[in-house]
Ligand binder design. Structure first.
Ligand code: PGA
Length: 260
């Protein structure tokens, strides 16, 4: 598959103060200003507004890590998509395994969030991934298929252009234990095939599938180069401007070399 663009996304999780965020952004903007990648930073909700301002007129997009599917109401501690739209945020993660595992997010809730995001013109990076136990039992494909079917229930083929899927095996997140490039590629291909089965061949081909789970400066090249991978979702290594920009520059090099 010829790759025209990579999506390189950073998931900061619950890290950095405002001062640290600003320092990162000031350093990072010039480092990646010529990149051909689509760069997204998923920043803690509290600093989204300021980050949107700091990143205005740059090639770096700002995304939310979470939101509620209702527009307003008695949901203490939550924020809505309308609030994100209000401050100029048009990207969001949905269904990260930490939300599923630590905060009990269900497939049904994830589906409501995907639907709401599409309705409100927010680009979604939908995360799916199996646990170590599920992989050891050989159930990873079944689990991923189930997560995809539930999350995308009622989503039209046309809306798929607003959705990227991130394959993030739970056993590889924050553990330093990456899936091998072959394992990652196989699962990303499987996700493409699921989408093909649920929609059609064109949808499968056009789908952008990212890999996430302990991506770092040492393994990024071998992962990004794989045939069915369109980018990476980076946690720990995205907190460091040097490391994250290295991953972006590596991806740019692959794009340039691949398109010679
Ligand atoms: P990690 O996190 O790169 O620190 O493993 C990835 C993620 O959770 O998105």
């Amino acid at each position: 598959m010829k790759k025209e663009e990579f999506i390189i996304a950073g998931n900061w999780k619950m890290n950095k103060t405002m001062l640290e965020t600003k320092k990162f952004i000031d350093l990072f903007i010039p480092m990646v200003k010529d990149s051909r990648c689509k760069i997204i930073l998923f920043i803690p909700n509290l600093y989204l507004k300021e980050s949107v301002k700091l990143l205005d007129k740059t090639n770096i997009k700002v995304g939310a890590q979470n939101f509620h599917w209702e527009s307003f109401g008695a949901y203490t501690g939550e924020i809505s998509i309308e609030m994100l739209n209000d401050i100029g945020v048009y990207h969001a993660l949905v269904g990260h395994s930490e939300r599923r595992v630590y905060f009990g997010e269900t497939d049904e809730e994830i589906n409501k969030k995907v639907k709401k995001a599409i309705l409100k013109n927010i680009d979604v990076t939908l995360c799916v991934g199996e646990s170590l136990e599920q992989r050891e039992l050989g159930n990873e494909k079944e689990v991923i298929m189930h997560q995809l079917k539930n999350a995308l229930n009622g989503i039209s083929k046309e809306s798929l252009s607003k959705i990227n899927i991130a394959y993030e095996p739970i056993w590889a997140i924050g553990t330093g234990k990456t899936a091998t490039p072959d394992q990652a590629n196989q699962m990303c291909r499987f996700i493409r095939m699921c989408i093909q089965g649920m929609y059609d061949a064109e949808s499968g081909i056009n789908l952008k599938v990212l890999y996430g789970g302990s991506v770092n400066i040492d393994n990024c090249k071998d992962i990004i180069i794989m045939s069915d991978i369109n980018g990476v979702l980076v946690g720990g290594a995205s907190l460091d401007a040097d490391k994250f920009s290295y991953i972006i520059k590596t991806s740019d090099k692959i794009l340039i070399e691949g398109n010679k």
